[in-house]
Design a protein around this ligand. Structure first.
Ligand code: AMP
Length: 443
């Protein structure tokens, strides 16, 4: 299969050749002809498999061929993304693809001054990448009109459609022309989101190039059980011992990000952090220096979980598991991209066992465990499996008390390796609720 066979025009083919894209990825092979034909689309494909080009190339082509001139303060195609960093990245990619086309592209997002954005929009923009909040600000201040919009793309569509963005999305939908093409792209779609999304689409084509909600197969995954209070120690220990060259770390809270960054800096490790409380310029600078390999460790909340494309990133570490199971798939999808290999290690404490179980159920895999000597937890992490069961260590039959020699063994706190657990008659305790539903929190 070639890009030419998919029906792309010469200026785009020239750009793709210069970028070294010789063959379309599976999602591109399916999505490009459908989008060119004007279909609505719901496309699911694993992280790092070229979804951006899957929508950007055909949308740009349609804009170029159906060449109505864009009016002042108007746009012809709108790509909505959940984070500011992703807006920058998607726009940079789109601009590259549009290099030989007579089209204008631009990105608007919050956390930076609105005035330059208003000025730029006066001239009109063919393809605009935006985060919903700033887009609506611009719309409500009459800096943007939607009458000419022919295509709407929701990148990271399940995130865009969940509760966190619901109000803003409603307002955008209400303002857009009813007759338009709508394209949804993501690596994960819950059933609920699928149903909700279907309502907003016109006779949509569903593109699924991998099993639903699958983690990228190029990522080797594992977990290390550890007590909660020792997670940062374990991370620093593994960083030194394994000589990790570059690592993206996800923490649950903004505080957690700051604390780990502080600790790493104190230990002489080049590190920086990204979270919602940091000024946008600082966030973007931290990401840019990480992409340029000027820092070794980037610590982030889930604000960095979606879409970010960091060349050849070898490792993602979950200092804490995500609350929403789908975010696990996106977090670890920052590595193992474009066919490269990657690794994802989660540091899991006993409190997180239900989150772990929800993740394993979603990805239909049981994560292999590796215990780290000196960090074997006192609070054991119960065994889990991909069926959603948390398996508790069975109670041992009461034995008469023995003197000391056994207590040392008990103190090891090993669940997997202790010889008396070799073939436990484990029993399921209860089904774990799914954490895959909508959420309200901001990362
Ligand atoms: P995306 O999933 O859109 O973020 O793309 C992941 C990575 O794959 C990016 O670094 C793209 O530049 C790269 N990529 C996308 N499509 C292709 C292709 N057909 N051939 C080679 N690399 C690609």
């Amino acid at each position: 299969m070639t890009f030419a066979k998919l029906g792309l025009i010469e200026p785009l083919l020239r750009t793709l050749q210069a970028l070294g894209y010789s063959t379309p990825t599976p999602v591109q092979a399916q999505a490009i002809p459908a989008v060119l034909a004007g279909r609505d689309l719901m496309a699911a494909a694993q992280t790092g498999t070229g979804k951006t080009a899957g929508f950007a190339l055909p949308v740009l082509q349609r804009l170029a061929l159906e060449g109505a001139k864009v009016d002042s303060n108007s746009i012809r195609a709108l790509v909505l993304v959940p984070t500011r960093e992703l807006a920058e990245q998607v726009h940079a990619t789109v601009r590259q693809y549009a290099e030989h086309l007579p089209l204008s592209t631009y990105a608007v997002y919050g956390g930076v001054s609105i005035n330059p954005q208003m000025m730029r929009l006066r001239r009109g923009v063919d393809l605009l990448v935006a985060t919903p909040g700033r887009l609506l600000d611009l719309f409500r201040q009459n800096a943007l009109k939607f009458g000419q919009v022919q295509t709407l793309v929701l990148d990271e569509a399940d995130r865009m459609l969940d509760l966190g963005f619901a109000e803003e999305l409603q307002a955008v939908y209400a303002a857009l022309p009813r007759k338009r093409q709508t394209l949804l792209f993501s690596a994960t779609f819950s059933e609920q989101i699928r149903l909700l999304a279907g309502l907003a689409l016109n006779d949509p084509l569903s593109v699924e190039v991998s099993p639903r909600n699958a983690a990228a197969t190029t990522v080797r995954q594992s977990l290390v059980p550890v007590d909660k209070k020792r997670k940062a120690d374990l991370f620093c220990h593994l960083l030194r011992k394994q000589r990790w060259s570059q690592v993206l770390v996800f923490a649950k809270t903004r505080n957690g990000v700051d604390q780990l960054v502080e600790r790493l800096l104190a230990e002489g490790v080049k590190a920086d952090g990204i979270h919602g409380d940091r000024p946008q310029a600082t966030r973007q600078r931290a990401l840019d220096s990480f992409k340029a390999r000027e820092i070794q460790v980037l610590v982030a909340t889930d604000v960095a979980a979606r879409g970010l494309d960091i060349d050849d990133l070898p490792l993602v570490v979950n200092l804490d598991l995500p609350i929403v199971a789908e975010d696990y798939v996106h977090r670890i999808g920052r590595t193992g991209r474009a066919g490269n290999k990657g690794e994802a290690i989660s540091l899991v404490c006993a409190d997180e066992v239900q989150l772990l179980s929800a993740i394993e159920t979603l990805i239909r895999q049981t994560l292999p465990r590796h215990e780290e000597a000196d960090f074997i937890p006192d609070h054991r992490v119960p065994m889990t499996d991909a069926s959603g069961q948390v398996l508790k260590k069975p109670k041992k039959p009461k034995k008469p008390k023995k003197p000391k020699e056994n207590s040392a063994k008990r103190g090891l706190g090993k669940w997997m390796d202790s010889s008396d657990d070799a073939a436990p008659t484990v029993k399921p305790v209860r089904k774990v609720p799914s954490f895959g539903g909508p959420r309200k929190r901001k990362p």
